[in-house]
Design a protein around this ligand. Structure first.
Ligand code: 13P
Length: 212
């Protein structure tokens, strides 16, 4: 096995374990994938992010067919939607983290971009917009076109009444973005009913120009 793949297997399990230990994921919720030179690594279905075995991760070929390891997440198509929509996506993290999922349950927020630019790190890691995708049952492959269309203009989406899906240029970037998203959702909920000062459009542009 190439040393890069071994490194990715270990990093994925380490980062997933850290997310689980800090409550970003409970039970067997959530799934993570990372792009390799010859395909993808993905968390197995029904596995706990807190107890992954690097040697048992699912391996998919470039066409997303299962070629080795345990049976992959039932959300393979959700990950595929991001990789196919975004050339810059090298990893995808899906969580049921509480506050982002809470925002995904709110019918009275802007479904095209519910969380405004409250802090620089939310803008830097998640970007300018993050839409809510209408509800589909977990594992329902018919949601793929909706995610693919949204991901063309967004690094992350919220699945209504389900949770966030976040992409990144590296596995570490995707995990950091998922963490920033959860914090931004917490601030957004804390500030509901208040009139917070938001970052201005020039401030958002400046962040994206400076930090990408
Ligand atoms: P899997 O165990 O199949 O990855 O599904 C978990 C999940 O989070 C569904 O949304």
């Amino acid at each position: 096995m190439p040393s890069h793949e071994q490194e990715m297997r270990e990093l994925l399990c380490e980062l997933a374990g850290s997310l689980f230990a800090r409550g970003f994921s409970v039970g067997s919720a959530g799934n993570i994938s990372v792009r390799l030179t010859d395909g993808y690594l993905m968390t197995p279905t029904n596995s706990s992010l807190g107890r992954l075995d690097p040697g048992r991760l699912s391996k998919l070929d470039p066409a997303f067919q299962h070629v080795a390891g345990d049976k992959p997440s039932k959300e393979v198509f959700m990950h595929r939607a991001f990789y196919q929509a975004r050339d810059d996506a090298s990893a995808v993290v899906h969580l049921h983290s509480t506050q982002a999922t809470a925002v995904s349950c709110l019918p009275d927020v802007d479904q095209s971009n519910p969380i405004p630019p409250l802090t620089p790190y939310f803008v830097m890691r998640v970007g300018r917009r993050m839409p809510i995708i209408p509800y589909y049952r977990p594992g329902d492959a018919t949601m793929e076109p909706a995610i693919n269309a949204a991901a063309r203009n967004a690094r992350a989406v919220l699945l209504a009444n389900h949770g966030p899906v976040v992409s990144g240029q590296t596995l570490t970037d995707a995990v950091h973005a998922a963490e920033e998203l959860e914090e931004a959702a917490k601030l957004f909920l804390l500030l509901r009913g208040h009139s917070p000062r938001l970052l201005t459009m020039p401030q958002v542009d400046d962040l994206l120009t400076t930090f990408g």
